[in-house]
Write a protein that binds this ligand. Structure first.
Ligand code: ZN
Ligand code: ZN
Ligand code: ZN
Length: 351
């Protein structure tokens, strides 16, 4: 906070709060807010009815409960001298910030994103966090292997039914939360964030599955494609390019390299094969307590990769109206090179 000239850190709904104190705010209308002044004690302002959920840590923060008729924003404003710079959590409800603007003279306080302070901490995963990512990755790997062995029925079922089964397996494998289970068949696979629906999966098409959840607080995220019956030559050809691009992206995830180098490495392979215009998104995103977080593997991001950075490498090729394909692993940068959290077969498995 001193380095970034921040006087107070205000975090609420979202992952910064559990990252700092192990408590997760209910994402509802009542205010929960952790106030961390640059010097002095941290305070957790919490609705009285939710206070029993807080595990007290008197050496870390003081709990200030508020009642149903109190004005919690006024309480927050009154707990501190007006700061010159307040760092505000990205996912705090806008209403609380807007109300806070009414309590503190806006000419005297500058607001910045809490990521200025939090990113330095959250982007670099320590050994326990990497172990959690590894365990979550292994859990979704087991599901991907079952998919590739044909143990998850596809033909004749709707995308939504397969998505529901993936979600059930994500929970059974130990995740406390399902974050997404994209199932996209045939032409639907050309939409990277397709919402699985009533489309029935048929023989002779590609099925893209991109799924993940949160396990012991840390996220998994994997994409594998299978082909039902022998794939046409153009799909085989494109997939070979995709697989090579993904491997190149992973290999570029070296400590000291720029984040954009990962994107460039994968994109170069796809562009050289003539599919450049069909790779319509960045190559990856950071991952940790959130399914998407900094650092992003995108052209223009010159942040140097550090040991402990965790991110996805997930290039795709999408032919509108026809088919799409994506291949995704989570990778942790280490001094010994990139370590993949996923090892399920990277080829286009034919079922
Ligand atoms: Zn995505
Ligand atoms: Zn994914
Ligand atoms: Zn992803």
């Amino acid at each position: 906070m001193e380095r970034h000239d921040v006087d107070v850190l205000l975090v609420s709904v979202g992952r910064d709060l559990p990252y700092l104190v192990g408590y997760e705010a209910m994402p509802l209308e009542r205010l929960t807010m952790l106030l961390v002044p640059r010097e002095g004690e941290a305070t957790l302002v919490v609705p009285r009815l939710e206070a029993p959920r807080v595990v007290p840590q008197p050496d870390v923060f003081t709990v200030v409960p508020w009642g149903e008729t109190d004005d919690p924003v006024a309480m927050v404003a009154g707990l501190l001298p007006q700061p010159a710079v307040a760092a505000v959590g990205d996912t705090m409800w806008a209403r609380f910030l807007v109300e806070l603007l009414g309590h503190w003279d806006t000419a005297r306080t500058r607001y910045v994103r809490a990521t200025e302070v939090m990113n330095d901490l959250r982007m670099v995963k320590d050994a326990a966090e990497i172990a959690a990512l590894r365990a979550a990755g292994a859990a979704v790997d087991r599901i991907a292997v079952r998919l590739q062995r044909g143990e998850i029925a596809l033909v004749g079922r709707t995308e939504a039914q397969v998505s529901a089964e993936l979600s059930r397996q994500i929970r059974e494998e130990g995740h406390e939360r399902v974050n997404f289970a994209i199932v996209a068949a045939g032409e639907n696979a050309a939409s990277p964030h397709h919402h699985p629906g009533e489309r029935v999966i048929r023989d002779g098409e590609i099925v893209l599955c991109d799924f993940g959840g949160t396990m012991a607080g840390y996220c998994s995220d994997i994409t594998r494609c299978v082909h039902l019956g022998p794939p046409p030559a153009e799909v085989v050809e494109a997939y070979a390019v995709l697989q090579q691009a993904q491997a190149a992206g992973v290999a570029a995830g070296l400590v000291g390299a720029a984040c954009e180098a990962v994107d460039r490495a994968a994109r170069q392979v796809i562009a050289a094969a003539g599919y450049g215009e069909y790779f319509i998104h960045r190559t990856g995103h950071g991952i940790g307590m959130e399914e998407h977080e900094d650092p992003y593997m995108v052209e223009g991001n010159q942040t140097p990769i550090a040991a402990g950075h965790a991110f996805s490498v997930e290039p795709g090729i999408y032919l509108p109206g026809r088919w799409g394909m994506r291949l995704e692993d989570i990778v942790v940068a280490t001094p010994a090179g990139p370590e993949s959290m996923n090892s399920a077969d990277h080829s286009l498995v034919v079922l």
